[in-house]
Design a protein around this ligand. Structure first.
Ligand code: DLL
Length: 433
């Protein structure tokens, strides 16, 4: 069986890999300096110029890039290629400020799909496989990324997108899908639905490639058992292309980072000091091959640990642990990134007060989002019809902003406990890490 999609790169001796990273980094720094005034200014402010960067060891000299920079530079300020060279955007949900719009040249799309093809091959995928992709298609990177990777591997690709579980199960059984790509929570839901519909024996699945949100080892075992598959983790973020920044091999012991494209560092999120491999801290990536939207020392806000121990799969690229939390307040609900401030913006725009509570839980492996909002004396109503009308308006406004459905509960004035210190707006009962 084919074990690697690009064996010469995936098993490249580390010294050679480091030399390749250094060469690409030097070129990339020059590229952003020459083509992106925003980067040049940041580098000048830090007193560094391209001539100071000779290789990976010089990375700490470069300034960090954060979501705040993406906001400042929105939409074109970080673009490093003329728009006429760009063929695609992908994006995350959110207001203008929070929204990430990433640009791709054809070359960027090509390399991104290679990364996803590596993940599919590591999960045992070949051109004999039928790969059902039920990540969302469209602006979200999940569908397009895995779709492209699946084509590259030569799998018969089922571009299902998310939702419509009945149809998913019909295609899965009729077309004998062997690889399933979706969020782990949707995989768990599909598994339960298949069992309920009595279709478990008709499934031919052998592997699943699940990511975009946190999931535990318990959830992995549960899905593996219910679907009779091996479940692999995959990680990525829109800023860095999407899924495929790292992926699990058959050892299922951490995700190999595609280090020929992304240099990883771990930093202390408060002091910004670079920490050695094995320390827990915030993951920072430098994309060394991306043309249109380069990202130098991008702070992901994901907390994790890097492991440089050799892996018995033969890949030489280092592994990252599952993310163990975030160093900001972003929640990932049903695979969608949600900032509490987005919810607050909607409530205030809809004339509601700032007394609210966000309750997140996971019931039957599916995330739930409930928002309790206090009515004010002016908005107070004791007719059920008026209350449910307002609740529906809020549900629709929240869906338009977040891209997911929340349950809204209007509650009586002054019924949400006032905090004496910082308001505790979010209660997340999920045990994800
Ligand atoms: O979630 C890309 C993706 C799609 C990854 C499909 C894997 C599969 P964003 O919407 O930009 O991109 O969200 C990125 O999601 O910073 C992490 O916090 C979280 N995340 C992604 N993969 C994992 C994972 C896609 N395997 C943010 N485990 C990242 C835990 C994950 N969290």
């Amino acid at each position: 069986m084919k074990r690697y999609y690009q064996p010469e790169i995936e098993t490249m001796p580390r010294e050679q890999l480091r030399a390749l990273q250094s060469e690409r980094l030097v070129k990339q720094v020059k590229h952003v300096w020459d083509s992106v005034p925003y980067y040049r200014k940041k580098m000048e402010d830090k007193g560094v110029c391209p001539e100071d960067i000779h290789g990976v060891e010089d990375l700490p000299k470069l300034p960090f890039l954060s979501k705040a920079d993406l906001r400042d530079a929105y939409p074109y300020g970080l673009l490093a290629k003329p728009l006429s060279d760009c063929v695609r955007i992908q994006s995350t949900s959110g207001t203008t400020g929070r929204r990430v719009v990433a640009f791709y040249t054809q070359h960027d799309v090509d390399l991104w799909e290679d990364c996803c093809a590596r993940a599919i091959t590591a999960a045992g995928g070949t051109n004999e496989d039928v790969c059902q992709v039920c990540y969302g298609y469209g602006l979200f990177t999940g569908g397009p990324g895995l779709n492209g990777g699946s084509h590259k591997v030569g799998c018969l690709t089922l571009p299902m997108s998310s939702g419509n579980t009945e149809r998913q199960l019909q295609f899965m059984t009729d077309l004998q899908a062997t690889i399933l790509c979706c969020t782990p929570s949707y995989a768990a839901y599909l598994a339960e639905s298949a069992i309920e519909a009595g279709l478990r024996d008709k499934l031919k699945l052998k592997a699943g490639i699940f990511g975009a949100e946190a999931w535990t080892e318990e959830m992995r075992h549960d899905i593996e058992e219910k679907l009779g598959i091996k479940a692999y983790d995959i990680y990525g973020l829109t800023e860095l292309s999407g899924p495929g920044v790292s992926f699990e091999c058959e050892e299922q012991g951490g995700m190999h980072i595609n280090e020929d494209h992304f240099i990883a560092e771990i930093i202390d999120p408060v002091t910004e000091e670079v920490l050695p491999y094995g320390s827990k801290g915030e993951l920072v990536f430098t994309a060394i091959t991306k043309e249109a939207f380069p990202m130098i020392r991008y702070r992901t806000r994901d907390i994790c640990v890097l492991n440089a121990e050799p892996c018995s799969c033969g890949r030489t690229h280092i592994r990252m642990s599952k993310p163990m939390g975030r160093s900001d307040d972003m929640l990932i609900i049903r695979g969608v990134n949600v900032f509490p401030s987005q919810i607050e913006t909607v409530l205030l725009n809809q004339g509601m007060p700032a007394n609210y509570q966000i309750l997140v839980d996971r019931v039957n492996n599916t995330d739930t989002l409930d928002i309790e909002v206090e009515m004010t004396a002016e908005t107070f109503s004791d007719t059920v019809a008026a209350i449910s009308k307002k609740e529906n308006e809020l549900v629709n406004a929240l869906r338009a902003m977040l891209g997911i459905t929340a349950r809204v509960h209007l509650v009586a004035p002054k019924s949400i406990t006032r905090s004496e210190g910082k308001a505790v707006r979010v209660i997340d009962k999920r045990k994800l890490y």
